[in-house]
Design a protein around this ligand. Sequence first.
Ligand SMILES: Cc1cc2nc3c(=O)[nH]c(=O)nc-3n(C[C@H](O)[C@H](O)[C@H](O)COP(=O)(O)OP(=O)(O)OC[C@H]3O[C@@H](n4cnc5c(N)ncnc54)[C@H](O)[C@@H]3O)c2cc1C
Length: 398
Amino acid sequence: MDFRDTPEEAAFRQEVREFIAREAPKLEHGAGIDVVSGYAQVFVQSQGWFKKLGEKGWIAPAWPKEYGGAGMTAMQQFILNEEMALARAPRPLHLIIGVGMAGPTLIVHGTEEQKKYYLPRILSGEDIWCQGYSEPEAGSDLASLRTRAVRNGDDYIINGQKIWTSIAHLAKWMILLARTDPDAPKHKGITYFILDMKSPGVEVRPLINMAGGQEFNEVFFDSVRVPKSNIIGEENRGWYAAMSTLDFERSAIGSAIGLRQTVEDIIRYAREHTENGSSMLHLNPMLRYELVDRLLEAEVGQMLSYRIISLQAKGLVPNYEASIVKLYNMELNQRIARTGMSVLGPYGQLDRASKWAPLKGRLEHMYLRSVGSTIEGGTSEIQRNIIATRGLGLPRGD
Ligand SMILES: Cc1cc2nc3c(=O)[nH]c(=O)nc-3n(C[C@H](O)[C@H](O)[C@H](O)COP(=O)(O)OP(=O)(O)OC[C@H]3O[C@@H](n4cnc5c(N)ncnc54)[C@H](O)[C@@H]3O)c2cc1C
């Protein structure tokens, strides 16, 4: 296995490195942190950087150039993501649903008018999008969703409820899945809409997560009117449009590197921190083993990412392999947070508002926030089901 770059990849990596060194803001809190995590100040300080990324097409590296993306190959996206993570450069996470879901779906299924109107506003950061899929009775079994859309002249009238809708309180638009044919088999009676979050009858109620942030919300629809022209694709074929994506890089290398950096931060803290003159590693020698385990696991996470990118570089589409990465990284996220808490001791409970919080309170936030990471985007059980059936050929459990 040769992990070295080809000459072209090395040149591209160099270009990315120089760009980051020149343009990325040097922020105290570092990578991946923006308004979604509640660090509004960091988000504001990163606006100029996000604009520069946008000018290069690097906000949406996978989108075709004609739509304002960079038309990058999966390998180029991998290098960009890897370098951004290594440099802890802030990522525009508030644009993730627009760039990663709404935009690609519109590029493939949208009308020319829809593409012309919505895509530039996604890339400029002007419009934030949210994803209205999950409902109180429809999460893992999403196709059983019950929010109704009933045709009325040139409009549809929407009634129902979504839940866990990340950044709905900031969003201008929602990609909404609603049932248009209750008599059809469940995957076949769903339509995909673009919903204006400012429409009369839309109510967003905050859900405060246990890390203290308003990240997600409940969204209620009381006879909300959506024009027919806001359907993405065809009526009753929304399920299939919602499942389509562009050819994204799916290695999650950014998250793997972020996990490794956190382990390294914890090790550095453990090495430097003393109590009454003794290093905690002397006071609790077993901690050394735990740190070694986490570092090895972080390395495994990185190797799993390399496996995905090597599949994509050969033109193959990762399937259950992407579930392996999601499952492994998100469970590791929780183990690292627990190890971090053991190392930090009682001080680990202080949040970032306290000047005494070790590592600027990042571990405290990670410890609480990482609980949700094995639920969002498909729970660990669902990922195991995918790996069992598609990867190992085992029978379905139901
Ligand atoms: C931080 C966070 C952000 C989110 N953001 C969004 C968002 O922006 N938009 C959105 O639409 N949704 C969002 N979600 C919702 C998320 O997609 C759902 O929570 C997830 O799909 C699980 O659905 P559920 O909560 O209804 O749990 P359920 O599907 O009811 O599952 C309950 C439990 O049963 C298990 N289970 C269910 N089915 C099976 C099965 N077949 N086999 C084995 N076990 C099973 C699950 O693993 C889980 O442990 C977010 C969730 C979180 C935590």
